[in-house]
Design a protein around this ligand. Structure first.
Ligand code: ATP
Ligand code: MG
Length: 412
């Protein structure tokens, strides 16, 4: 296998670090290896201790590298953190000449221009995504490359983050032996893996509830339009159980995974569970509903905060524009009752989707651990295809990969 065709992506999360290695071939992607290990040195999705974060990243890389029998060199990283923000930008461009056909190369130029906008000190652009596109005042209809235009207008979602957050992640990965060639927002990556094109077209929200952060991205007409993130997730639920039941952190996590529920009323009134005493030996019986009440309170608060942030951004989709559903993902989405709670807070249909499906995804990779890392590889492949559409010379995949790196990934 030529190293030029290998794509590597790393999802360094609060609880787990996952890596996926794939090979880009003419017909698509072939997964070569994947690994997931427990993270350290990461708080609420951001690397805060480079040395601590480095070890699990290096372990994940060496497992994946051994399994794929490849020496890995470069990786795309994903970032999902409340310290990452999205800002909207509007761009207007006139056609270079009369009867110009609107093509992918025009989209690429719009994105390249967006990447050049200057940022306040200490803030850097991670990635840019088109969130709406009109030519001569009309939304693009049909296939790109057929309609002539005289003016194109685009809304662009520019993902930005504090320099320190990007630098810490980059350092932790580079000290583990891989050069970072680009960064993709984790919600964009997760959506690529988990949300079908039809759903993105009709309007859908993807809610990723991780360990240290929860974020939500909303798609309309195929494009990402809004993104919000709050610094709370499953780890806060565990912490509340620890305090509320007076147990150790480890025991609180065990109770959550074994008996957890996001809706108090789903637990029978007289059900009891045994909880070990924190001091000394022995155990006591507590009402199972009490555990669920603690979890429900925290999760409901997280959802209410996300909803408030969306409302602050002027999102009016709840009950109107978004006619489909909320897809719930991330480790905390495995909590029983989560769908019912999401539906109650957002007043929309919800469903849980944890893992990417598809014939090229090995069964062992069909867990929530790999959704973001796999999605990032798919985003990369999609960008590769864009370059291919633009590139009349039909260069070899390795050459296109270089072009993607140069033109469709932000230099960090
Ligand atoms: N079966 C389960 N029921 C409830 N919660 C679960 C279950 N399995 C895992 N979790 C929780 O999911 C969280 C981990 O989710 P995930 O792997 O998506 O986090 P992460 O990607 O590392 O973190 P983040 O995206 O916030 O940086 C933990 O809080 C864990 O307790
Ligand atoms: Mg995550």
């Amino acid at each position: 296998m030529k190293m030029g065709n290998v794509l590597v992506s790393l999802d360094v999360g609060t609880m787990k670090t996952s890596i996926v290695v794939a090979e880009a071939i003419e017909s698509g992607l072939v997964i070569r290896s994947f690994a997931s290990v427990e993270s350290s040195g990461v708080i609420r999705g951001s690397v805060v201790d480079i040395e601590k974060a480095r070890k699990p990243i290096a372990d994940a890389i060496s497992q994946a590298s051994r399994c794929a029998k490849l020496r890995l060199k470069q990786a795309i990283v994903t970032l999902g953190s409340p310290l990452m923000n999205s800002i909207s930008m509007h761009s207007i461009a006139d056609a270079p000449q009369k009867n110009s056909v609107f093509s992918h190369s025009h989209i690429l130029s719009i994105l390249e221009d967006a990447r050049k906008i200057s940022m306040p000190e200490g803030i850097r652009i991670i990635d840019c995504e088109i969130s709406s596109l009109t030519i001569d005042g009309k939304p693009i209809s049909g296939e790109i490359g057929r309609e002539t235009f005289s003016r194109v207008e685009a809304d662009i979602m520019v993902f930005v983050a504090k320099e320190a957050v990007i630098e810490n992640l980059k350092s932790a990965v580079e000290k583990s032996g891989l050069e970072v060639i680009g960064c993709i927002p984790s919600s964009i990556a997760a959506a690529e893996a988990l949300v079908a094109k039809e759903d993105r077209c009709s309007g859908v929200a993807l809610l990723d509830i991780g360990a240290g952060k929860s974020d939500m991205i909303i798609f309309e007409n195929m494009c990402p339009r809004y993104h919000v993130c709050v610094p709370f997730g499953g780890e806060n639920v565990t912490h509340d159980i620890m305090v509320g039941l007076d147990v150790t952190h480890r025991e609180a996590e065990r109770l959550k995974l074994k008996y957890g529920c996001a809706m108090e009323k789903m637990i029978p009134k007289d059900a009891k569970i045994d909880v070990p005493n924190i001091h000394g030996s022995g155990k006591r019986a507590i009402e199972h509903r009490y555990l669920a009440a603690i979890m429900e309170a925290r999760l409901e608060e997280i959802f209410a905060l996300l909803k408030k942030k969306l409302q602050e951004k002027g999102v009016s989709l709840f009950g109107t524009g978004l006619n489909s559903k909320i897809i719930v993902s991330g480790g905390t989405a495995m909590t029983p009752g989560i769908v019912e709670l999401v539906e109650r807070v957002f007043n929309l249909k919800a469903e849980v989707r944890l893992a990417a499906s598809g014939s090229n995804v090995p069964d062992a990779m069909k867990t929530h651990d790999y959704a973001v890392a796999f999605g990032a590889i798919c985003v990369f492949l999609e960008r590769l295809m864009t370059i291919r559409r633009i590139d009349a010379t039909r260069s070899k995949i390795a050459t296109m990969l270089t072009k993607v790196k140069n033109r469709l990934l932000q230099k960090l």
